[in-house]
Design a binder for this molecule. Structure first.
Ligand code: LHQ
Length: 263
């Protein structure tokens, strides 16, 4: 399948999805949403893909919604932004969060509006040193979407979440790291290579088990202690029945490198 606004490839167990409207800082129009959805369906349905890497082309990662798109631009008729959220942003965020494989996000430049919150739905966020995060919604009278109001207080605490979302100021990659918003900052020239190396390395790991780890951590934010113990029992039961567990133990006993398959 050929795409107009994204680049999509699968290699060595890694699906790479690159937002590709660099002149508009990779902001989302309807076609880009549809193409991203299509690519993510391929990821969901592929037995070969064991890690997803999300990034952007050019000097921006993503500037959120394309504000010139006719579905959201202020015109004669008031737009229904709720519809846009329901159709596109919410399903996108759900899919990224619920993919049963590790999702790496390499933030290559400015990430604004929904573009600042999409990385927060991913599992490991690397950012270029020159990247920045802007909760730009308040500047145009909107509220943070793409689960930003859910993720931010949990990641950085309520005081910082309020400052970020009410002031809409630019947060540098270094500051985002210090605040616990992202995993790592790397030099601009090294971002792509480091992200690909991390993705390839993870794709050789027991990715079925890694998927269960992310599921259990996600659930822990809402579960009681007892509920979490029960979930750990249930997910460990699933993990223990995987081929990768069998292989991991066998390789350990035989003092060799394991050859995991992702199931
Ligand atoms: C853009 C955009 C953009 C179009 C840069 N659209 N062209 C959900 C549901 C429905 C509706 C509404 O929204 C949502 C969720 C959201 O995401 S709301 C938040 C939408 N995003 C923003 O408000 C961010 C808007 N962009 C900016 O504030 C700046 O562009 C940032 C701070 C990201 C970057 O600033 P600069 O580095 O100074 O670049 P620039 O502003 O010069 O932008 C470069 C080009 O990209 C420029 O086009 P031009 O033809 O003049 O070169 C911009 O118009 C275009 N662009 N963001 N969201």
């Amino acid at each position: 399948m050929s795409y107009q606004h994204i680049l999509f490839s699968i290699e060595a167990g890694v699906a790479t999805l690159c937002l590709n409207r660099p002149e508009q800082l990779n902001s989302f129009n309807t076609l880009m949403h549809q193409e991203v959805r299509e690519a993510l369906k391929t990821v969901q349905n592929s037995a070969e893909v064991r890690v997803l890497l999300l990034t952007g082309e050019g000097r921006g990662f993503c500037a959120g919604q394309d504000l010139s798109d006719r579905n959201v631009a202020p015109g004669a008729e008031m737009p229904d932004l709720g519809l846009s959220i329901e159709r596109f942003y919410n399903p996108l965020i759900r899919t990224l969060r619920e993919l049963p494989i590790p999702v790496i996000c390499a933030v290559n430049g400015v990430a604004a509006g929904a573009g600042a919150n999409i990385p927060l739905a991913c599992d490991l966020v690397l950012a270029a040193r020159s990247a920045s995060f802007i909760q730009a919604f308040c500047r145009i009278g909107l509220i943070p979407d793409s689960a930003g109001t859910w993720a931010l207080p949990r990641l950085v605490g309520m005081a910082r979440a309020k400052a970020l979302t009410l002031l809409g100021e630019r947060l540098s990659a270094e500051q985002a790291l210090e605040w616990g918003l992202i995993y790592k900052v790397v030099d601009d020239a090294e971002l792509r290579d480091q992200a690909i190396a991390l993705a390839r390395q993870l794709a050789t790991q027991p990715t079925y088990g890694l998927g269960l780890i992310k599921r259990s951590l996600h659930a822990s934010l809402d579960n009681s202690f007892e509920e979490q113990l029960t979930l750990e029992r249930d997910l460990q039961r699933l993990a223990g029945r995987s081929e990768d567990y069998r292989e991991g133990v066998a390789a350990f006993m035989e003092k060799r490198t394991p050859a995991f398959k992702g199931y």
